[in-house]
Write a protein of this length. Structure first.
Length: 157
């Protein structure tokens, strides 16, 4: 009677129940492996995880890449999106110097020197690294030296 009512026989009902239980078990194994790997390497990406687990468990055990991503997203194991990189913004209210070397033809070495003061967020925040960088007082000391004149433009007009 129940077979006619639901459109499935008793065997199909119990087989689908076993399939669901095995799917849950496989997902639990994958998620545990992902958590273990992320303990060792918290920044490892999802694609690399998928490849590692495919090698570990075998291709027949692992779902496809998109299904794996959906599983990680469902359990909040995706990495946060990367922060955007900040590049030079020339649309500011401060003075922008004209291009003094436009049209200049250089004929030998050391005819033109340029410099730039740029903050690089990817530089290590290490005291040993900071010692290698010139401090403002060192730059001012160079500017005070009588044989170096930084007040004049490097290239004539």
């Amino acid at each position: 009677m129940a077979c006619r009512l639901f459109g499935h026989c008793r065997q199909a009902y119990y087989q689908s129940k076993a399939d669901i239980e095995s799917q849950i078990h496989r997902e639990r194994l994958m998620l545990d492996a992902v958590r273990d790997i992320r303990i060792e390497d918290p920044g490892i990406g999802c694609y690399k995880l998928w490849i590692m687990l495919t090698v570990l468990f075998g291709a027949g055990f692992m779902p496809g890449r998109d299904s794996f991503y959906a599983l990680l997203r469902q359990h909040r194991l995706m990495l946060p999106a990367r922060k955007t990189r900040h590049t030079t913004n020339s649309n500011h209210r401060y003075h922008k110097w004209k291009n003094l070397i436009k049209g200049l033809t250089l004929t030998s070495a050391n005819q033109l020197w340029v410099s730039d003061i740029t903050f690089d967020a990817s530089c290590p925040q290490d005291p040993a690294y900071d010692e290698l960088q010139p401090s403002l007082s060192q730059v001012e000391e160079l500017n005070q030296r009588s044989d170096l004149d930084f007040s004049q433009p490097l290239v004539g007009q």
